[in-house]
Design a protein around this ligand. Structure first.
Ligand code: GLN
Length: 301
């Protein structure tokens, strides 16, 4: 018998017209692992779902499906982008937050799972059925404010954001997710909020809070792709948190709630601002699932 023919395909895996979804996922996961990407398998599955227009369950069910040359071409381009460090949220154009898909661009911080703690705390501490007005200071993509409105049909909110392109993304998220009627998006610096005194029942903020000196600790992928104005704050990372406290002291009504996200080592400083503002009571830390001190709450006296 003649030896099996060894064409070019033998060196490069199965012939390109015969690549199955599971082959792509396996090869992409290997490539992403070599590139040092987090959760390579999940990433490959999400890219496949994006290109094929299927959710993860359907991708699993379609593991044996052959990919068309066009699908394979698109997947190779997206996998290469991810392998160079471009965030998955930017490639997909969206990130899931509190079970909903939020549009994300280069101009917005990518919503983080930790921030869901802020939302959960607000939902837990405030009565569900009462109408209420909240302000989201530095809304970015709008993930916090839009989620609050969708979880609480009686609530209305203001999204304040200094970056015009980020505010556009927040507006678009509000429209697409069906919260626009109860949200107003304003271009404003969270350090000078254009609201009258005692106007709000709730103030939430996940402001920029990384110190310039901590730049070396920030993941390369974050530094390269996320807006620095959403990450870094002067005064050792505390300028925006300090401003949020003083703005909240003015715009919250008596008994209103302030919820702030901050760095894991900034809790004591934030609580110190709150006590020295003499406008707050019930100042407390909320630990996240990992036990980290990432969220502080206080009530306006
Ligand atoms: N509030 C937005 C978020 O939590 C944006 C935060 C920011 O830009 N620092 O994702």
């Amino acid at each position: 018998p003649s030896p099996p023919r060894r064409g070019a395909d033998a060196c490069h895996g199965p012939p390109r017209h015969d690549v199955r979804l599971k082959d792509y996922e396996r090869d992409a996961a290997r490539r992403l692992t070599e590139a040092g990407v987090d959760s390579p398998r999940l990433c490959a599955q999400l890219l496949a779902g994006h290109v094929l227009g299927m959710d993860r369950l359907h991708c699993v069910l379609a593991a044996e499906r052959k990919l068309t040359p066009a699908e394979l071409h698109d997947l190779e381009i997206l996998t290469a982008r991810r392998a160079t460090g471009e965030p998955l949220a930017h490639i997909l154009g969206a990130r899931e937050f509190f079970g909903r898909s939020f549009l994300v661009t280069l101009h917005t911080l990518i919503p983080r799972p930790e921030t869901e703690l802020l939302v959960e705390t607000a939902l837990e501490l405030l009565p569900a059925r009462h109408p209420l007005l909240f302000a989201d200071l530095g809304s970015g993509s709008g993930c916090i404010g839009v989620t609050l409105c969708l979880e609480r049909p009686q609530w209305r909110g203001l999204l304040l954001e200094l970056s015009a392109p980020a505010l556009d993304v927040a507006r678009e998220n509000a429209v697409r997710l069906g919260a626009a009627a109860r949200l107003k998006a304003l271009r404003a610096d969270m350090r000078a909020v254009p609201l009258r005194a005692a106007a709000c029942d709730l103030v939430v903020s996940n402001p920029p809070y990384i110190a310039e000196a901590e730049r070396g600790e920030v993941m390369d992928e974050v530094l390269r792709f996320e807006p620095h104005s959403a990450l870094f704050s002067p005064q050792n990372g505390l300028a925006h948190l300090r401003a949020a406290v003083s703005q909240a002291a003015r715009i919250l009504r008596s008994g209103g709630l302030l919820l702030l996200e901050h760095g894991a080592r900034q809790g004591p400083a934030v609580r110190e601002f709150l006590s020295s503002a003499s406008a707050f009571t019930g100042i407390a830390a909320r630990r996240d699932l990992a036990g980290l001190d990432r969220c502080t709450l206080a009530r306006k006296v």
